[in-house]
Design a protein around this ligand. Structure first.
Ligand code: GRF
Length: 182
């Protein structure tokens, strides 16, 4: 059986990473394993989650590099040394440069907490509330050179309630993220 090597890039809490790990462990995702989790933030709880499951966790310090391209090249080296075939962005807060995107074309997936192409960028759930949409949601997509952009793989929607706050809406969307990313 062929097993695909996954590398996950993270920056924070790592609940989507956890969902991927859990769904590999429970057999929903088959023929794949996470071989490395890399964070640009040393305090990311996602690193601890990886370690809890015996997955290699690396803090890659962006301040040690002169430019984004140099940092990206370092990430690519970490990934290729581990024969990573699919890269998941699970709350990774940096924009990948074109060299990285070209190298892993159609092999990088991102999860975004909005129904793309609406509400790209930061605070997507807040943007949705402020706009006044009645349906919000999340998107899994392949990553191209634009931010939160590229071919859509899956989407889920949730209804926006009259009394939703950014927190309540985000929490309802997050439940769906945890289902569609795996
Ligand atoms: C999620 O809402 C994801 O859609 C966005 O960043 C957040 C990451 O959360 N890209 P977590 O670190 O997976 O808990």
């Amino acid at each position: 059986m062929i097993t695909m090597n996954i590398g996950v890039l993270v920056s924070g809490r790592g609940s989507n990473l956890q969902s991927i790990i859990d769904n590999i462990e429970n057999g929903y995702i088959q023929n794949a394993r996470i071989v490395v989790v890399i964070s640009d933030n040393k305090d990311a709880y996602a690193l601890q989650r990886a370690k809890n499951h015996g997955i290699e966790a690396i803090f890659a310090d962006p301040t040690k590099f002169q430019s984004r391209d140099e940092y990206d090249r370092y990430l690519m080296k970490l990934l290729s040394d581990r024969n990573v075939e699919l890269v998941l962005l699970a709350g990774y807060m940096r924009v990948l440069g074109s060299e990285f995107v070209k190298t892993y074309k159609n092999r990088i997936m991102n999860i975004h907490p909005a129904l793309l192409p609406s509400f790209r960028g930061l605070h997507a759930q807040r943007q949705a509330l402020e706009y006044g949409v009645k349906v919000a949601g999340c998107t899994v997509h392949f990553v191209d050179e634009e931010v939160d952009h590229g071919p859509i793989i899956l989407q889920r929607c949730v209804y926006v309630k009259e009394d939703d706050t950014e927190e309540t809406l985000s929490a309802r969307i997050l439940e769906q993220e945890h289902e569609i990313f795996p």
